[in-house]
Design a protein around this ligand. Structure first.
Ligand code: XIL
Length: 346
């Protein structure tokens, strides 16, 4: 009886696997692509998890650190910057000829306690902002040549987020941030990064108008990161493509900077797994196809926000999300094949 049960379980799991195991050429994504293909990296996993490291090396030629360059980690005390982890990652990227994209200098989240409690007038806050940005960029500028300078500064209604920087410095913190960045490394590419730009026209227009105005004042801003935390049926593909085209028309580089496609929507609750995985595949295929319609010189790249479904920030909150290209056992998913097919133009 016992043996019979084991055989049954094996049979079911085998048929599940073969039914669900996608087939496509497990080519290196970045070799097929005419633009950099990246992933957000968890540096602990990169050091300790061999299978994770293998995927990173074989598939991606661009890396965004998921956590270690955020203020909380890299600037834990006012007078102290912690660069050890960043230096490890720089060395890894250098050795393997992988682009490293700096993320993120000015944000309202992942702030160190000292900064949240900092008391000072506008000038002191500005000095702090300057020190933060210039110290980090100067330390990394031998290798890091692109940065998310300001992250998520807008509300959904297109107004400016009333974050710690706006409260203490005023609206000029945004242009100051880009100015300080350019002072530290005039040769790097600087990005404004935000979510919902692909789904919220009001926010997109506000951001584009704001950035265009700063550029016309001579502030160096090179591109926009569309985070692209999307789902299989939201937003419309046409909205995504139009947003990207609008950025291109404004003379900006376009980075799909944090792409993931969550399967956790409540209305998918009763849908079969294989159906969901195929929807995810079709979705990523069409997103990549749309991206490839941009001019090559405007394509900064597509970065997945994580490597496997184990290490996605969305899985932390909901195990049904499964938003990435590799599954819980590090195998390629249909979405991976969707990405490849788009690159192969099939
Ligand atoms: C997320 C990380 O993935 C999580 O691990 C962390 O706990 C919180 O931040 N927008 C961004 C990213 O710009 O930095 C965020 O990353 C996800 C939303």
């Amino acid at each position: 009886m016992h043996k019979f049960l084991i055989a049954l379980v094996l049979l079911i799991s085998f048929s599940f696997k073969s039914k669900h195991q996608p087939t496509c050429d497990e080519m290196k994504l970045f070799e097929k692509a005419s633009f950099p293909v990246g992933a957000a990296i968890n540096t602990d996993k990169l050091k300790n998890d061999e299978k994770y490291g293998k995927i990173v090396l074989s598939q991606f030629n661009s890396i965004t650190p998921e956590k270690i360059m955020k203020a909380q980690y890299i600037h834990p005390k006012k007078e102290y910057f912690y660069f050890t982890e960043t230096d490890h990652l720089i060395a890894f990227c250098k050795q393997n000829k992988i682009r490293l994209h700096g993320h993120t200098l000015v944000w309202h989240k992942a702030l160190p306690v000292w900064l949240e409690n900092f008391k000072g007038d506008k000038n002191e806050w500005e000095a702090l902002l300057k020190d933060h940005i210039k110290t980090i960029i100067s330390h990394c500028k031998g290798y890091i040549k692109s940065w998310d300078v300001v992250n998520e500064a807008f509300n959904d209604d297109g107004s400016l987020r009333n974050n710690i920087w706006l409260k203490n410095i005023g609206e000029s913190y945004i242009e100051k941030a880009f100015l300080f960045a350019a002072e530290a490394d005039p040769t790097a590419k600087f990005f404004y990064n935000d979510f919902s730009l692909e789904s919220n026209g009001k926010k997109l227009n506000a951001v584009l108008a704001y950035i265009t105005n700063l550029k016309s004042k001579g502030i160096k801003i090179d591109g926009i990161g569309m985070q692209m935390h999307v789902s299989p049926d939201y937003p419309y593909l046409s909205d995504i493509n139009q947003a990207a085209m609008a950025m291109q028309e404004a003379g900006l580089l376009v980075h799909y900077s944090e792409l993931d496609i969550t399967l956790s929507g409540r209305h998918y609750f009763f849908a079969s797994r294989s159906k969901m995985l195929n929807m995810q595949k079709d979705r990523i295929k069409s997103i990549v196809e749309g991206y490839m319609k941009l001019n090559p010189e405007n394509r900064f790249g597509i970065t997945m926000w994580g490597v496997t479904d184990n290490d996605s920030w969305l899985t932390e909150g909901n195990f049904r999300a499964r938003p990435l290209l590799f599954d819980l056992s590090y195998k390629i998913k249909p979405a991976y094949c969707g990405f490849i097919e788009a690159l192969e133009n099939k």
